[in-house]
Design a protein around this ligand. Structure first.
Ligand code: IMP
Ligand code: MG
Length: 191
């Protein structure tokens, strides 16, 4: 018999595919409404975790927009290393643009805090933050998430772009990781 999930470290699905679809569409419509009079809307996705979310979100926003990317690093496995490093900068000059910074998940908040401060120095017309998931109880900085998909409890999750050591990004749902199983020394993928 096929195992229920392609990875044996997965505990349970906490947000099924259909629920994500519905919420992402809602967020897209909300953004289209809020920015209907904007002529310079740009979504900047943080690679790699936001790639699935940004793909679906951008297609549910029915007004003109531009897509760009940045990449940061702050994590190894499930452990925050604290520091946020900029690996790739966006391409488009955002001066005068309405910027929405898009991330997969807010944990401590350090990533979007550091990146949004940097973007603010580049004189956008406006700057907002959008995240699919928010672990509100883990915030370590005071940040405002303008568009949030779901608030989730303090569990490590994968799927819909989110990974654990680069695994699990392709899963169409959000699932919790059993860290005890993940850390098992003879850990193997199902084939
Ligand atoms: P923060 O800087 O602590 O807010 O962490 C944000 C980044 O950490 C996100 O962009 C994710 O890449 C990663 N991250 C935090 N929690 C999780 C999780 O539960 N699963 C996968 N990645 C996570
Ligand atoms: Mg990650």
């Amino acid at each position: 018999m096929m195992p229920p999930f392609p990875y044996d470290f997965i505990d349970e699905v906490i947000i099924p595919e259909e629920e994500i679809k519905k919420r992402v569409t809602e967020l897209g419509h909300q953004i289209a409404q809020d920015y209907h009079s904007s002529h310079n809307l740009i979504l900047i996705g943080l690679l790699r975790g936001s790639f699935v979310f940004l793909t679906d979100l951008s297609r549910s926003i029915g007004i003109p927009l531009t897509v760009d990317f940045m990449a940061t690093m702050s994590y190894e496995g499930a452990m925050s290393t604290g520091a946020v490093k900029l690996i790739l900068d966006h391409k488009i000059n955002i001066e005068g643009w309405d910027v929405i910074l898009v991330d997969d998940i807010i944990d401590t908040g350090y990533t979007v805090d550091v990146v949004s401060r940097l973007l603010a120095t580049r004189n956008p017309h406006s700057l907002k933050i959008c995240a699919l998931l928010d672990k509100v109880e883990r915030h370590r900085v005071d940040i405002q998430i303008d568009y949030c998909g779901f608030v989730i409890p303090d569990r490590f999750v994968v799927g819909y772009g989110l990974d654990i050591d680069e695994q699990g990004r392709h899963l169409p749902y959000i699932a919790t990781v059993n860290l005890a199983k993940y850390n098992r020394p003879n850990y193997r993928l199902h084939h």
